[in-house]
Write a protein that binds this ligand. Structure first.
Ligand code: G6P
Ligand code: ZN
Length: 545
């Protein structure tokens, strides 16, 4: 069959600026005339074209996923790509895509996802570009892509029928080869090579019970194959395991608010030993033991402290890294282990250079992201398997493991308060108000705590020397308490103000305290300094994690 390449005149579209993680907009916006085509062509232009290149393509299965995948395929073919490796039904979790890019030596990949944002016609859609190292495009690359969106005059697309993606195999689209792969196989093989599957299998055989909530998103097939079919977890371990275009009308964000059903079960009388959940595209994780929720910051610290129990990390960690707003729990583990601990801006892309350079093995973020150098993305199921490996080897309930950890390292009480859909001017005004005070805050006392340091975080990448400024306002208090304020870079409506709250306690008598209660003075100090209630018009956060 011959296919003709159409060159379609277009006009630059405003606002196609990639955020913390790709371009994320309302699905309806992505479906408007040329919106997707413009952005895809801008990616091609921004990365110097795709002529002769090999790309990976997949998405989280949300509404518009399959149609968008067909557009990407036709546009890749029109611009001369050599080959696209695509997940069956255009599905690939973000970490599985990262793995495929690396394993196949591809030049990059397109992931169709708005991560943990709701999907469906009324929800969000997104497009992420990952580079040849398997990780999110660096800021310099996304800047080039954005630049390309602003001067775009035409795009190229092949005229063709949709490509059948329902079964593995190889087909041609014009001159371009399309290899359709099982989205789970390579990923499952990689996990088997990292963890002690025999120990985990034995634990399940011994009656260990677990619940994994796939939230009707992409990890369902991965979790069923690995947890139930390979590791012998009981049938029904994986719930909400079928990916749905609207995630069953849910919000696929694994936190105590959005994974409430799982939380209720884990706090109830019949609670299994271990619970976990992952997000829309499978890169986030939530860990919860029987009657014991583990914050993402604590999870990173516990995994770092127990890493040598995992075969792939048995030789020790090269270093660890966390995003700046993530609690300092892992810092003390790193200190005890005598390894480096890096503090990066929010966004997984900032870990890429540290991982590539072999400076860090484990990375994590307070936003439910944990990962290692096995791929260049955070990885939800990997984190769950890491916990299972640790529990299998330690033979302790999660709650006891946490108590033991805090007894040794102290406890970083931690919480994030989100104010969503805030008027952008009000949010920027609040940030300016705090920014203006930074120089004068040290020495002043709020809610009985004295400010020791206040600044706006900037990051100098130790590998490539690049500098990223304006990465969040941080206020530290004597005794280790801290308030961080940032505006989210992933929202699609108005501004989302994130207030990160932390307080360190070393007295075991305090370890059982409710986090919000323990953080009460820090919350009060944040309010006093930032005037959150008056400036946002909100009396309480929309989401507390
Ligand atoms: C995405 C990124 C993460 C980041 C998170 C929060 O999930 O992959 O690296 O931590 O967004 O970003 P935000 O800008 O909304 O706080
Ligand atoms: Zn995600």
């Amino acid at each position: 069959m011959t296919h003709s390449i159409r060159t379609v005149p277009t006009e630059a579209i405003d606002g196609q600026k990639p955020g913390t993680s790709g371009l994320r907009k309302k699905t309806a916006v992505f479906q408007t005339h040329h919106y997707l085509e413009n952005f895809i062509q801008s990616i091609w232009n921004g990365i110097g074209g795709v002529q002769g290149k090999v790309l990976v393509l997949g998405g989280d299965g949300r509404h518009f996923n399959t149609q968008a995948a067909q557009v990407v395929l036709r546009m890749a073919a029109a611009s001369g790509a050599k080959k696209v490796i695509v997940g069956e039904r255009a599905l690939l979790s973000t970490p599985a895509a990262s793995n495929l890019i690396r394993k196949r030596g591809a030049d990059g990949g397109i992931i169709l996802s708005a991560s943990h944002n709701p999907g469906g016609p009324e929800g969000d859609f997104g497009v992420k570009f990952n580079s040849a190292n398997g990780g999110p495009a660096s800021e310099s690359v996304t800047a080039k892509i954005y630049e390309a969106t602003r001067s775009l005059t035409e795009f190229h697309i092949l005229e063709s029928q949709d490509v059948g993606l329902t079964a593995p195999g190889t087909v041609m689209l014009g001159e371009m080869q399309i290899e359709i792969v099982d989205p789970v196989a390579d990923y499952a093989e990689m996990m088997a090579g990292i963890f002690d599957f025999d120990a985990i299998r034995a634990m399940f055989r011994g009656g260990f019970r677990m619940r994994f909530d796939a939230m009707h998103a992409v990890t369902g097939p991965y979790a069923k194959a690995i947890l139930e079919d390979t590791l012998g977890a009981g049938p029904g371990t994986v719930i909400n395991g079928t990916p749905l275009p609207d995630f069953g009308d849910g919000h696929p964000d694994p936190n105590p608010i959005w994974a409430k059903t799982l939380m209720d079960e884990m706090m109830g009388d019949q609670a299994p030993d271990f619970g976990a959940a992952s997000d829309g595209d499978g890169d986030r994780n939530m860990i919860v033991g029987r009657h014991c929720y583990v914050t993402p910051s604590d999870s990173l610290a516990v995994l770092a402290a127990n890493a040598t129990l995992v075969p792939a990390y048995a030789g020790g960690l090269k270093g660890v890294a966390r995003s700046m707003p993530t609690s300092g729990a892992v810092d003390r583990v790193a200190e005890a282990l005598g390894i480096d601990c890096y503090e990066t801006p929010t966004g997984w892309k900032f870990f890429g250079n540290l991982l590539d350079a072999g400076r860090a093995t484990l990375c994590g973020e307070e936003s439910a992201g944990t990962g290692s150098d096995h791929v260049r993305e955070k990885d939800g199921l990997w984190a769950v398997l890491f916990w299972l490996n640790v529990l299998a080897r330690r033979d302790l309930p999660v709650a006891d493991l946490m108590t033991e950890h805090w007894a040794r390292y102290g406890r970083n009480f931690y919480s994030r308060h989100d104010y969503e859909g805030v008027d952008s001017d009000a949010a920027n005004g609040l940030m300016d108000h705090v920014r203006d005070q930074l120089a004068t805050l040290p020495g002043h006392s709020f809610a009985g705590m004295v400010v020791s340091r206040a600044d706006e975080f900037a990051y100098d990448d130790p590998v490539d020397g690049s500098r990223s400024e304006g990465q969040g306002l941080r206020i530290s208090f004597d005794g280790g308490a801290r308030v961080v304020l940032r505006l989210s870079g992933t929202g699609t409506e108005g501004a989302t103000l994130r207030v990160y709250l932390e307080k360190v306690e070393t007295d075991p008598a305090t370890f059982g305290t409710d986090a919000q209660q323990a953080l009460a003075p820090v919350i009060a100090a944040a309010e006093e300094i930032a005037e959150i209630a008056t400036r946002t018009g909100r009396t309480a956060p929309d989401v507390i994690t």
